[in-house]
Write a protein that binds this ligand. Structure first.
Ligand SMILES: [Fe+2]
Length: 381
């Protein structure tokens, strides 16, 4: 292991129940006069979204919305969003929602200033330096789930609609100028989304903590993130109106995304092709593949997991932690196998090829070979 690293920490976070009322102030402070609120189709008509538009309108910022966003946002959504942004003469983006609204919103703000195709800015080497910085619009992020952590991240995941491959698009300017974390916005989340998004946050913390890269700050954040999930996700799942639980899950989500600068791993490498091909829920997919990946990685992470288990108050070391994950999944109604999410065995070869070149595969503590990926998919499905 080399003790050399590049560390980045997140942006201004306005945290607390009711703080959505500050939305217009933060947009104005970021230089916006005519923001475009970007969210997904499901969220567009909901009261939390309409309330955010009311706040913008009441403060002279208009009430423009773009919501033509798929659950796994793609280049078609992106092109339509950039067109809406330019046609409307907008000067900033309110990225509003779960992972899809946040990721697409951030990417529209970025692409508004580019002439090259989005795939030229994939998170590969220093490709991000190809971007023209002047035209990038400011972003205010408002998460309405607690899982993705995209609100504090410098990247978006965009699916290539032709190849069905998910690509990570990266630029430092994807980082929102301000993020408003208001747990009241997550109160209406259906149970299945609370479970799936919460398990995504847990997967981010677990994989970041387990990755072999040197980042002790992130390791500490990941550990406390897992503790928050353990204490508060079952509460948020049982009682969606439990604001203390919702708030702590919102923290855990942001912490997971800060922590995964340290790396992700095979949970995400397997989950990305499944989501890209079958359009499954990302966090729920992670939750299903988590136990087989833990078993696969055991030899490399056992010591670390024993320390994590001790911190989390779980007895029995690695086995105790593994049993805890199984119990948590059961408590949250997570299915045991991917078949329950509609995934078949007929595309295992194709998904395995995609998994081993997924950008997260390099962070897995045990090398994810093609054979290993096929075996894991067979176990998971
Ligand atoms: Fe994730």
């Amino acid at each position: 292991m080399t003790i050399t690293a590049n560390w980045s920490y997140p942006t201004a976070i306005k945290f607390g129940a009711g703080r959505i009322k500050e939305l217009a102030d933060h947009c104005k402070a970021a230089g916006m006069k005519k923001p475009l609120l970007i969210t997904d189709r499901g969220l567009a008509p909901m009261a939390i979204t309409q309330n955010a538009l009311d706040i913008l309108e009441a403060n002279g910022l208009g009430r423009a919305i773009f919501a033509d966003v798929d659950p796994n946002p793609n280049d078609v959504n992106l092109a339509a969003g950039v067109k809406a942004f330019k046609d409307g003469g907008h000067d900033g983006v309110v990225a509003f929602g779960g992972g899809s609204g946040l990721d697409l919103g951030k990417c529209v703000a970025f692409m508004a200033g580019q002439t090259r195709p989005v795939w030229d800015f994939e998170d590969v080497g220093d490709w991000w330096t190809r971007a023209s910085v002047e035209g990038i619009a400011p972003i205010v992020a408002v998460p309405t789930t607690a899982g993705t952590g995209s609100e504090v991240g410098r990247a978006s995941v965009i699916t290539n609609s032709a190849s069905h491959v998910k690509k990570v698009i990266f630029h430092p300017k994807f980082l929102p100028a301000v993020t408003i974390c208001d747990p009241e916005l997550t109160v209406g989340m259906p149970k299945v989304i609370t479970a799936g998004t919460g398990m995504d946050a847990f997967a981010h913390c677990l994989e970041a903590y387990s990755s072999p890269f040197y980042h002790p700050m992130s390791a500490g954040i990941a550990l406390e993130g897992m503790r928050l999930v353990k204490e508060y996700l079952p509460r948020a799942y049982k009682d969606g109106g439990d604001i203390e639980a919702r708030a702590n899950m919102m923290s855990a989500a942001a912490m997971g995304a800060v922590a995964f600068q340290k790396g992700l791993g095979a949970i995400h490498s397997l989950s990305h092709p499944v989501g890209a091909i079958y359009n499954t829920h990302h966090g729920m997919t992670n939750a299903v593949v988590m136990p087989p990946v833990l078993r696969f990685n055991r030899s490399a992470i056992e010591d670390k997991i024993v320390r994590a288990a001790a911190y989390l108050g779980i007895s029995g070391g690695f086995d105790g932690f593994y049993d805890y994950v199984l119990k948590l999944r059961e408590e949250l109604g997570v299915p045991d196998k991917l078949a329950a999410l509609g995934v078949g065995t007929d595309r295992i070869d194709e998904m395995s090829e995609m998994a081993i070149v997924d950008p997260t595969a390099g962070g897995n503590p045990v090398e994810l070979t093609l054979d290993a990926a096929k075996t894991l998919f067979r176990e998971c499905i």
